[in-house]
Design a protein around this ligand. Structure first.
Ligand SMILES: NC(=O)C1=CN([C@@H]2O[C@H](COP(=O)(O)OP(=O)(O)OC[C@H]3O[C@@H](n4cnc5c(N)ncnc54)[C@H](OP(=O)(O)O)[C@@H]3O)[C@@H](O)[C@H]2O)C=CC1
Ligand SMILES: O=C1OC[C@@H](O)[C@H](O)[C@H]1O
Length: 393
């Protein structure tokens, strides 16, 4: 009963965030590019709860859509029409841009936003190619602006706790990571941006970027190679993967202590899990597990642990010794707000405890692209838009 109450309360708070006690006199003013589905959860509600941020404007390709979004969320300015995104970027009253456009437009509009002097909180995955991501961060750096990929889950207390357990040595030497983000069919339709190749679609881009990022984060190092990668492709769109499974090798973290073959990570992303026995829809799977020489930790929901999760730890004092089991929970009330908090801390010159830096975002995409290469599907097409570069920016 208590856990049901906790769940309802957490959901309520994310959708109805309590207003901050006192608003800063000159809060950072956010502008949103596109009336995207993720924008309320990703920025609008978190901002309502932050004492130093407001959403000042939204831009959508259609004026009616921009107006409706602005009205629904109490946003003062709504830019609409074919020039709307650029008009938002030209608005001197915008300090920060939230970019939740389809991945194929991340590069173009982030480069333009940076060129216009705005900081950018950029939705995941950062772009279609590591090369584009490199260029975005180079421009941000050359202009002294902050750019961060919005891997919201990297900021949740439950994730930080799992990392702490792994790094504490309680599990011995990590030998295997399993990270799965898979959902049943029927949720993501063919016309969703995730399913459209030229918009940067494909499950490894969209859902798969999370297991890739999580395995690299928990391993604390970069993979060395791809052992295998296999994709189930969309029947009508052969460059789009509906489901991809990849196994990556990581360096042996502690040399002689670990098994000879080091650490491997098996990553699964699936947007349309097949029905069991042909009729029973499968439940969503969003777990990460780290297996070490002396124990295992599993987080039941590494994607949105603020909603619900259990951390299960089984460990022993010595290799092969008796296992002791315990469960933990690490909630917090802020949901996506943790990510915003770190972002604003950075903009205000404070040092956030957690951050996703340029190298992290670049490497994540390098591995996503490497997995695509291994499956034979190849990278998503790079942007052909003309954008300002570092030297001219
Ligand atoms: N952090 C998270 O938890 C999540 C992040 N995401 C990420 O956020 C981004 C947006 O995802 P989501 O909200 O599902 O996306 P939507 O399908 O809602 O699309 C986002 C916006 O893209 C704009 N857009 C511009 N050009 C096009 C085009 N040619 N076709 C379609 N849309 C276009 C639309 O803006 P307009 O209003 O101007 O028409 C639309 O509002 C992606 O990068 C995705 O990976 C998605 C889900 C969860
Ligand atoms: O980032 C995401 O998280 C939730 C998923 O359902 C969505 O497809 C993805 O974009």
């Amino acid at each position: 009963m208590a856990s049901l109450y906790g769940f309802v309360r957490r959901v309520y708070l994310v959708f109805n965030p309590p207003a901050p006690k006192a608003l800063s006199e000159s809060p950072l003013r956010f502008g949103i590019l596109g009336a995207a589905k993720i924008a309320p959860l990703g920025i609008v509600w978190p901002v309502k709860n932050h004492p130093d941020a407001v959403v000042e404007a939204v831009a959508a390709r259609d004026q009616g859509r921009a107006d409706a979004f602005a009205k629904r969320h109490g946003i003062p300015k709504a830019y609409g029409g074919p020039e709307a995104y650029q008009r938002l970027l030209d608005d001197p009253e915008i300090d920060v841009v939230y970019n939740p456009l389809p991945v194929a437009f991340h590069y173009e509009w982030t480069m333009k936003a940076l060129a216009a002097g705005k900081h950018v909180l950029l939705e995941k995955p950062s772009s279609c190619t590591a090369e584009e991501t490199r260029k975005m961060f180079a421009l941000a750096q050359s202009k002294g602006l902050t750019l961060m990929e919005a891997f919201h889950n990297r900021f949740y207390p439950a994730i930080l706790r799992v990392k702490e357990i792994v790094d504490s040595g309680e599990l011995g030497t990590p030998t295997k990571i399993e990270a799965t983000f898979a959902i049943p069919g029927g949720l993501i339709k063919d016309n969703d941006i995730q399913m459209i190749y030229h918009l940067g679609g494909g499950v490894m881009m969209d859902m798969g970027c999370y297991p890739v990022a999580m395995s690299r984060y928990l391993a604390g190092t970069e993979p060395t190679k791809i052992i295998s990668a296999r994709a189930d492709v969309h029947p009508k769109s052969p460059q789009v993967d509906l489901g991809t499974t990849a196994t990556l090798a990581f360096p042996n973290p502690t040399g002689s202590l670990g098994p000879a073959d080091g650490l491997t990570a098996t990553l699964v992303a699936h947007a349309r899990l097949p029905k069991l026995w042909g009729f029973l829809p499968q439940l969503p799977k969003t777990f990460v597990r780290v297996i070490g020489t002396r124990g295992t930790v599993e987080l039941s929901n590494f994607l949105v642990p603020w909603l619900h999760h259990t951390i299960t730890v089984e460990s022993s004092e010595e290799v092969g010794g008796p296992l002791r089991k315990r469960t933990e929970k690490q909630y917090g009330n802020l949901g996506y707000r943790y990510q915003l908090e770190a972002f604003i801390d950075k903009l205000r010159g404070r040092n956030p405890e957690n951050w996703i830096d340029a190298q992290d975002s670049i490497a994540n995409l390098e591995w996503v692209e490497a997995i695509y290469k291994e499956t034979g599907l190849g990278s998503r097409p790079a942007s052909t838009a003309e954008v300002p570069q570092t030297t001219t920016g």
